[in-house]
Design a protein around this ligand. Structure first.
Ligand SMILES: [Zn+2]
Length: 65
């Protein structure tokens, strides 16, 4: 497996994902982190360190403004 591809693509749309600032709220704290998002279908790819961390307890809100 090649897990070090720099240009991540959406498996469905075959489009390069774009960086997108997202807000997380975790245990009453809000912080921002950039996630990768497909420009077409809007699927969000969570960075591995977040996905393996506390994501189950974190609310993700994309800043669409
Ligand atoms: Zn997509």
């Amino acid at each position: 497996m090649d897990a070090n591809d720099r240009a991540w693509k959406c498996g469905k749309c075959d489009l390069t994902l774009t960086g997108k600032k997202a807000s997380f709220s975790y245990l009453g704290h809000t912080f921002s982190h950039e996630v990768l998002r497909c420009p077409k279908c809007g699927k969000v790819f969570i960075p591995k360190e977040l996905a393996e961390g506390k994501m189950a307890e974190v609310e993700l809100q994309l800043e669409d403004k």
